[in-house]
Write a protein that binds this ligand. Sequence first.
Ligand SMILES: Nc1ncnc2c1ncn2[C@@H]1O[C@H](COP(=O)(O)OP(=O)(O)OP(=O)(O)O)[C@@H](O)[C@H]1O
Ligand SMILES: [Zn+2]
Length: 707
Amino acid sequence: MFKDKKQIKYLIIYIAIAIGFIVIFNYGKAGLTTKKITYSEFKTLLHDNKIEKVTVGPSTINIDPKESAGYNGLTLYADKVVPDTTLVAELEKAKTDSGLKYDGAPEKGISFTEILIYYILPFIPIIIIGRLLFGRMDKKMGGGVMSFGKNTAKLYAEAETGVTFKDVAGQEEAKESLKEIVDFLHNPQKYVDIGAKLPKGALLVGPPGTGKTLLAKAVAGEAKVPFFSMSGSDFVEMFVGMGASRVRDLFKQAEEKAPCIVFIDEIDAIGKSREGSIQGNDEREQTLNQLLSEMDGFDSSKGVVILAATNRPEVLDKALLRPGRFDRRVIVDRPDLKGRIAILEVHSKDVKMDDEVNLEAIAKGTPGAVGADLANIVNEGAIRAVKQRRRFVIQEDLEEAIEVVIAGKEKKDRIMSPKEKSVVAYHEVGHALVAAMLNNTDPVHKITIVPRTMGALGYTMQLPEEEKYLVSRDEMLDEITVMLGGRSAEEVEFNIVSTGASNDIERASQSARRMITMYGMSDRFDMMGLEATQNRYLDGRAVMNCSEATATIIDEEVLNIIKKCHNDAKDVLNNNRDLLTEIADVLLEKETISGDEFMDIIYKKYPEKKAEREEKEKQKKLLEEEAKKKKEEREILEREILEKELAKANEIEQNKLAEQNPQNDISSQQNQNMITDNNQKVEGNEVNSLAAKDNQTENDSTENNQW
Ligand SMILES: Nc1ncnc2c1ncn2[C@@H]1O[C@H](COP(=O)(O)OP(=O)(O)OP(=O)(O)O)[C@@H](O)[C@H]1O
Ligand SMILES: [Zn+2]
């Protein structure tokens, strides 16, 4: 009920004020109109004839003094302590002397007026203050203690996000599909007039950190409309029925502020499919139903557009994806090389960089990284520059930042025994050497045995020479062999096995399994699909799709692959014991060696490898040039086709106009312009769809053999 400390603080203040009021009122009862005096003082007043009236009760005596007694109208009372046998005689005497009135009274109960004054009245100001306090709190924090249903909780509203499409880099396809929504928000009437059905919602789908939230904000920013955002998990937080009422409130607010963007992050938290859940989750279902009916209910011509983000589109309820709801799907995938360069550029805009900094190299070194990672790398680099008292970020800062983001900070103070250090060195060189000797592997970029905070005792970094969208069977096998090369080196050199290879083993087994179950790379099962990806955008988790008997055979096949690769790795290392020792010694001495240093040692023994590498690089350059030329040719061709079509369309249109209206030259001219405009738009779209790449991200792009 109390969501944070602030709320508890308010409650304490409230109670304190309440107690204060009660004390004041009760003090008033005791001390403001009555005064206690001693029994002897009472007797003195009585003898001096200064009393108007006395009422004798079982335990107290109430006294109304005369004005001459000087008590300013206070009522007095005294405790009746001792049995006073002469009291009645004295009262009788005073009655004759000065007309005193006296009476006996039973101990009286509390009268209704007293209850009203002393016990009810004080609560009125308390209630008023309480309402004021909590009312204010509601407004500040939304949905506070006194208004459970009213939703503003965690609703995050921005009048203007200030984010534009320029801030989102490398998501060109996604931006293209969202531009339409921006245009619609700018000018809904245009669409209404022509009778076009307007988009109600779009679903942004992609892995975490690729910029879905950023894109949604950019749509709002470009259209200059308010941005409401809420996370799916906030809807299903508190009590049953809350979620639905929050949805209702959210839409009510949005309609008041239309045109605007409503962004629901993690929509899978409420939008999970209702089928298949036997138990059912009433709260979530209610919330989802409310969302569906709100989406159906609102009038899209007002200009409310709902954007939702998820990285698990496959679990969403089909009803959410039907026309009129989230019928558009915008893929926000991991950026490719070009995208990564662009993202790095965006984030280094406000960072002072040395002229030598090569962002392309950084982008090449981070296959698989998403926008959030890259933003993080630039920032880590800047922090490192500050630490080293430099005014500019240099390439080295960024290189180091990549490693910090991948493997954690260096832990130079960890002391390892020389024996352990040597095991780690051989392990890493094992990975690197196997990679260098096999044909279908990525070049080694760096080998290090400086421990890192994220558990790595050392690692070997390989970087692909170019963006890869497809991985062949041979490449997968060689990759597995490289992963197993670390442990193999320990065996070959020390004839021991250690716990250090657990991560290698896990990844190798996973790759081997996928080869069989998902990629159709085994003879035994041919192209039979045995596993289905469940979670393409999150972690690629898969579910088995076969009988138990088959699963047993799959295990056998996985084991066969692993055994073969393990043996291959050991063979490579046994054949190159000299290199293994030499490089391990260098690594133990230097702790980190670069890919070039490493390859130089290899080239001494295998000069032909050097020639091979050079040949490869030459080929690559040629290919690049060819691709560039082809692209230019294609553009020229497209332009020619377009021009021809344009001319044809103009001709037809002109002929038509001439028939209809032979005199009116001006309007025909105008129409011609319009046609040109339209055609230009077509051109833009065509170029774009041709440029759209088949962005296949199946390959495991992190190639760091952590130990
Ligand atoms: N394409 C991009 N261009 C520029 N910056 C980006 C891009 N993608 C991500 N970022 C950076 O990463 C941060 C996090 O991105 P964002 O929160 O939008 O990711 P998301 O896809 O919504 O992630 P999640 O699914 O975890 O919510 C952004 O604030 C931004 O700094
Ligand atoms: Zn390893």
